[in-house]
Design a protein around this ligand. Structure first.
Ligand SMILES: [Fe+2]
Length: 401
């Protein structure tokens, strides 16, 4: 009996292809895809597989759906390569689709092919897995009547994403800003997936891009130095601007709250100089044509410029960024960090712009029109925490600048 069973096993092994012998598990897309770093002419897509793969994206402009019912057009292929080598043999897949048209909707799906063996002169491929067809729209400076959302301080409570989605679907926003302390510290990858990412993919991030702004908590933990590679920006920086519709968005990284020399950082942080570096960038950014010609200017970063405490971080950004923003015709600065909602109106205090400090379990819902920005702050209970409007600033003469 034993002899027959043994020969059956031998026969089965002989019938299997080398690829099937090497494959350990069924190939799966385990997380994503999600969209980051939106631009007028590009979009970055990120996803994960359970095995090492080489990956690509199939995409097409969805304009001829009667002629091409599935894709709308002939699908093109986007891959990612660096220094002549196509990204391969990895479970994390990051591909930027480039040369897109402004304000156009594209259909896309991700695809990954398993690499069973990666020898110097022989690569053995396994199965290919493809995702569902989804779609995204590139940014457009001519967009009118759109909306964006800001959420802060999830602290790995992914249920907040689902609860907010129940109050109002999150996939209505053209952009969602995740304004820091979305994670409490950076350890293994599962914390990212379970903490907010899988819930975000489920509710919006497959089809609407998010902008991940680092908070002080995301600077902590053994893997903090790699966290922004999950939400990469093509500038390679954590501070940059985005133009969509008539809104010039500036996002910045306020760093840690305590002094760099504090013992909890063990001599491993350098945020004073990082905040100075951003001040230099900001000084130039507010002089840029795009910033000066924008109808609205919204600045988003995690820690408030002054937070009624003696914390060093907020004090440092208040000293370094506050004066530049004060002279720059900013409409609104949006922060988080305090876990308590607070709004100050333009010229109410020491700043020439309005400020919002978001609390936990809430979203800043913003409607952009030709005339004004209309803000509603809603919490996960469905309550309207606050609402206000900012009229478009129309300079009447050059000296207004
Ligand atoms: Fe914080």
């Amino acid at each position: 009996m034993k002899k027959i069973a043994y020969s059956q096993i031998i026969l089965l092994v002989l019938l299997l292809t080398p690829n099937q012998l090497l494959a350990q598990n069924d190939l799966k897309i385990t997380h994503g895809p999600y969209l980051v770093d939106p631009a007028e002419d590009a979009m970055t897509v990120v996803w994960f597989t359970n095995e090492n793969c080489v990956s690509w994206i199939e995409y097409a402009e969805s304009k001829n759906s009667s002629t091409f019912p599935t894709w709308g057009g002939y699908p093109e292929i986007a891959k990612s390569s660096n220094q002549g080598l196509i990204d391969a043999n990895t479970k994390k897949h990051v591909i930027r689709i480039k040369d897109l048209e402004t304000g156009k909707t594209y259909k896309y799906r991700v695809a990954s092919k398993e690499i069973l063996k990666f020898g110097p002169y022989e690569v053995l491929y396994g199965e290919t897995v493809v995702g569902d067809i989804s779609q995204f729209t590139t940014l457009d400076p001519a967009a009118t009547n759109f909306s964006f959302g800001v959420i802060a301080d999830l602290h790995e409570d992914a249920k907040i994403v689902s609860d907010l989605n129940k109050i109002a679907p999150l996939n209505v926003y053209d952009l969602i800003f995740l304004n820091g302390d979305i994670l409490s510290w950076i350890g293994d990858e599962e914390r990212i997936f379970n903490g907010f990412l899988d819930a975000s993919v489920e509710h919006f991030a497959k089809e609407k891009p998010f902008i991940y702004i680092r908070g002080n908590h995301e600077t902590r933990g053994a893997n903090a130095r790699g966290i922004m590679s999950y939400f990469p920006h093509s500038s390679g920086k954590n501070y940059y601007s985005i133009m969509h519709g008539d809104v010039h968005f500036i996002v910045m990284d306020s760093g840690e709250d305590k002094p760099d020399a504090h013992p909890v950082y063990a001599g491993l942080v350098d945020f004073d100089s990082f905040r100075s570096e951003q001040a230099e960038w900001l000084r130039k950014e507010v002089q840029s044509e795009s910033f000066r010609n924008a109808g609205y200017r919204v600045v988003i970063f995690h820690m408030p410029l002054s937070d009624d405490s003696t914390r060093h971080g907020p004090y440092d950004i208040g000293q370094k960024w506050g004066p530049i923003l004060n002279q720059a015709k900013i409409d609104l600065v949006v922060n988080g960090h305090k876990h308590r909602y607070k709004r100050t109106d333009k010229n109410d205090g020491e700043y020439s712009f309005s400020t919002v400090v978001l609390g936990k379990r809430m979203i800043l819902d913003t409607k952009v029109s030709d005339q004004d920005l209309t803000f509603s702050v809603k919490n996960t209970e469905g309550e309207l925490v606050d609402s206000f409007t900012i009229q478009k600033y129309e300079p009447t003469k050059a000296s207004d600048w």
